[in-house]
Design a protein around this ligand. Sequence first.
Ligand code: 5CA
Length: 446
Amino acid sequence: MRLSRYFLPVLKENPSEAQIVSHRLMLRAGMIRQQAAGIYSWLPLGYKVLKRIEQIVHEEQERAGHIPLLMPTLQPADLWRESGRYDAYGAEMLRIKDRHDRDMLYGPTNEEMITDIFRSHVGSYKELPLTLYHIQWKFRDEVRPRFGVMRGREFLMKDGYNFDIDKPSAIHAYNRHMVSYLRTYERMGLTAIPMRADSGPIGGDDTHEFLVLAQTGESEVFYDDRVTQLTLGDREVDYDNWDEVAGVCKEFTTLYARTDETHDAALFNEIPEEHRKVGRGIEVGQIFFFGTKYSESMGAVVVNDKGERVPVQMGSHGIGVSRLLGAIIEASHDDKGIIWPEGVTPFDAGIVNLKQGDAAADSACESLYKALQAKGLDPLYDDRSERAGAKFATMDLIGLPWRVTVGPRGLEKGVVELTSRRTGESVEMSPEAAVEKLAEIYAAHK
Ligand code: 5CA
């Protein structure tokens, strides 16, 4: 993309309504625009990151064997009357009447609808296990929408639902989700710690939230800080191997890590003092095992291998897709702006032409731009006639992890400068070497 033709409405001033850094930077970098309290338009730069995050979520869900579908945002109230949640959900549910005076709602989650799909089409254990998921907009009429996309009223969620014949297989599905979530967050450059939590209106016995540590997080968290050192790395996990998957979950959930909802002071005090930490965290996902809570009330019954009719065992598993943008920025920024991890960056590299209109600089930038594209990369070329300082400030604000700076003086020596946004380090090299280097860096992230 050429910046002169893009739509990047950056703000010079700090917006006064933004209380936390991610909200401020998303507004300043022209990523979102508030249309009503907790409801946002996704401007091109924000939309691009949202799509990248979605893509990673899809890839990791499919790797775990989960199947994508798409359910609507509007749902009939009658489904929710069956589970008893239509009245129980309260004021957070946006209720709507259609022209025939039928009660509808904008879905805050989809347990009822997916259970309806399941009961209409599946009747035998032979069709199990099954996990279906979608990435769809949700609406929750939050009392206090705040912090931009962190606590929106309309927000994008990945929600997945497992259907299993018995409890051990449902627990495997729970574990499989935990591992797939760990991989998902790591690919986004995040450390998200699974913490034992409370199930709230979704219900159920077993639930973990995934928290990204950040001062501005809404949850108070208590943990053994050795948990922050755990990583999945490149290891291949066989999602069909129950013991292997359970082993990974054990590794990540044995050290103490809880939110204030389930905090146990006595257990916490057993942690060696130098590792005992209290902090705050952003909840970027939650997994639930709730057994037959919905299948019993809604008649989602299957025949087992003994010919008996049993309610199917279920769980639901959510990732806050739009919230993740805020969480990533909270975890990765400096006083100049955002620092995108390579896995989710809106553009792979910025090209800054220090002297637009200079024949040598223009032509070197054009060649670089094409060479990067030819390698499958997505560069943003700042081809505007702005001062170098203003171009650098824009690049720093929008946070592309790599910048190639091209100017007449360097070109006389046959070099451009490759700069890391994270470390600020610059290295001079030939334009060809810069292209190779970037291709190498991104090969590890695609
Ligand atoms: N049905 C279950 C799992 S699919 C469910 O709804 N879980 S949830 O309530 O925990 O939501 C899943 C994730 O959505 C949360 O972990 C959080 O990251 C995100 N989320 C929840 N409410 C909001 C909100 N108001 N704004 C942005 N993200 C939200």
